[in-house]
Ligand binder design. Sequence first.
Ligand SMILES: Cc1ncc(COP(=O)(O)O)c(C=O)c1O
Length: 355
Amino acid sequence: MLFRSRICFQLTNGTRCLSNDAIRQGLIGMVGRTPLVRINKLSDETGCEILAKAEFCNGGGSVKDRAALYLIKDAQEKRLLRPGGTVVEGTAGNTGIGLAHMCLALGYKCVIYMPENQSQEKIDMLTTLGAIVRPVPVVAWDNPENYNHQASRFAESLDNAVWTNQFDNTANRKAHMETTGPEIWEETRGKVNAVVFGTGTGGTLAGVGTFLKEKNPKVQVFLADPQGSVLYNYIKHGKLERTEGSSITEGIGQGRVTKNLEGAPIDDALAIKDTDAVEMTFRLLHEEGFFVGASTGLNVAAAAQVAKIMGPGHTIVTCLCDTGQRYYAKLFSKSVLEEMGLLDCIPIPYRTSLH
Ligand SMILES: Cc1ncc(COP(=O)(O)O)c(C=O)c1O
C-alpha cells in the first residue's frame, strides 16, 4: 500500500487528484514514486545495501520537482494563487527548472530571479521552459537587493502571484515527509538503518529524517556537507562557521539554518571533499552506469562513509539528485577540473568522459 494516496491540484479546468494507478496523470503525476536502486558495486564492496532514490526520474528531472509541486500546492491551498497566476522564485538551479515545468503543466506564469553570475546555459534552459528570467547583481542575503528579496518584492507587487520561498517555506519539507520518506520506508519494508543527504534548503533531509524517525527512532540521519558550507560545523560544534574552500557541487551547501532545516532530527554530519564527490561521480558513471551531477557524487560518497562508520549489514539510503547533463560544460570539462585541482581524483581510465 502506498502512503501517498490522494494529493489534489487545481488545474485550469478543475481539480485533479493524483492516484496510485500505473498510469501517471500527466507531468505532475510524474513527481515522486521514483525507483529505489541498489548501487551494486559499492554495496558489494562495503557489505552494506547502498540504495538511492533515482530522483532524476521525476518529471522535471530532479529531486527539486517534489518541492516545486508542494510549494505550488501550498500557494493554491492558501488561495495565494488562482488560475492564470504567477509563480516567482529566487533560484539558480533545479528548483527553477522544477517550477517552470510544473507551471507549464498547471497553467501558471513563472518568473525566476537569479544572481547574474550564472551560466547562459541555465538562463537558456529556463527560458526554453517558458520562464521569464531576471538576472540581478550578486549580493549577500542580508542585502535587500539579493535575488531572493527581489523575487519576494516582485511577487508582492503583482495581483495573483506568489513568492514560493523554497528555503523558508516548510511546504518544501512537507513534500519529503509525505512522499520521499514514506516511499523509502515502504520500498525497504522498514529495513532502512540510515539516510544521508547533501543539503541546500534542507527540505529533503529534514522531511525524510522526520518521517523515518517517527516510524523508527533508531534510523540514523546524516547530513553530508560540501566544502565551504556552514552546516558541518553547525551540527558538530553548534557554530555557523564555513569549512575551507568552495565546492564544484551545485544546489547544496548553506550559510544559515533555513526554516526547512530548523528542528530536523540529525544524528551526525559528514564533511565531504570535492575530490571524493567528483571521484564518486565518475565511479558511478563508469562502474554503475549512472550519469549524474556532483551533488549525487557527494551523496553516494557520504553513503560509503556511513557504511564504514556503521559496518557491514546495514541498509543506507540516499538519492541520485539529477543528471550529469545539467553540468556537462563544467563537471565534464578537462580544463575546468584541472583549474580546480580536481582532475587527479578521477581514475585515469574514466577520463575518457571528459571534453
Ligand atoms: C542538485 C541538487 N542536489 C541536492 C539538492 C538539495 O536538496 P534540498 O534543497 O532539499 O536540501 C539540491 C537543491 O537545490 C540540488 O539542486
